[in-house]
Design a binder for this molecule. Structure first.
Ligand code: HEC
Length: 207
């Protein structure tokens, strides 16, 4: 073999190695992408080196151990939901869940179905749904608030909102005119936003 051939075989071998490692590296960014919801920002989330590859930190080592433990063919990043730092993830989603107040959302749903048409002079929806709106206000008042919103200030406005929702429904049942309905519904909408504002304040206190 002459020198030239040796040289070019080495070149080819090197090129092949380089392209192989490129393929290898490109196969892993999906890991990174899947891991973002667990807080990953770069490859060092699991690797010791910023460029990935051989050498894993605790999390990476844990994943590799899980693969054996589960007798899986490949690693599934979703396993990380069972990794030790899941406490952080669970706390974050629990905090979100703890702000959910289904009865508030239920009320808001009918409020927006009726208030926005009313703004454009269409009172058909509120005439039809005033009873439903009042029923949902009552359910909201009777519901147990998420802990963050369990405050006397919020409760006090909610009592008003309930009374006013009932008054609006009663008024419509007794044949209130358009002008009156519009006025009462607008006031009720303002009241709703007063509660939303109070909820925001409470949330701040808890942060
Ligand atoms: C969620 C954790 C995680 C993230 C993030 C991650 N990796 Fe990995 N990576 C692993 C694990 C675990 C292996 C071992 C895979 C196996 O054994 O099946 C691995 C293997 C590799 C390998 C093969 C190494 C070898 O010798 O077997 C390369 C290359 C690699 N990763 C590159 C990267 C790069 C580049 C990034 C960033 C873009 C990245 N990885 C992000 C967990 C991760």
């Amino acid at each position: 073999m002459n020198h030239k051939i040796i040289k070019s075989s080495i070149a080819i071998a090197l090129a092949t190695l380089v392209s192989l490692s490129v393929i290898n590296t490109q196969a892993y960014p999906p890991f990174l992408k899947q891991a973002t919801k667990f807080g990953a920002k770069d490859c060092t989330f699991c690797h010791k080196q910023p460029e990935g590859g051989e050498g894993w930190n605790k999390r990476g080592t844990w994943l590799i151990a899980e693969k054996d433990k589960r007798k899986a063919d490949k690693i599934d990043v979703e396993w990380l939901s069972e990794y030790g730092d899941k406490a952080a993830v669970t706390a974050a989603s629990a905090a979100q869940a703890s702000e959910q107040w289904a009865e508030l959302d239920n009320f808001h749903e009918v409020m927006s179905q009726t208030f926005h048409p009313a703004e454009e002079g269409k009172l058909q929806p509120i005439r039809k749904l005033a009873g439903e709106l009042a029923a949902r206000a009552k359910q909201w008042l009777d519901s147990k608030p998420p802990k963050v919103y369990d405050a006397p200030e919020i409760k006090a406005i909610l009592v008003k909102l309930n009374a006013e929702s009932k008054a609006l429904a009663d008024g419509i049942a007794k044949g209130a005119n358009d002008e009156q309905i519009k006025k009462d519904l607008t006031a009720l909408h303002d009241r709703f936003h007063e509660i939303m504002g109070a909820c925001r304040e409470e949330k701040k206190k808890h942060q």
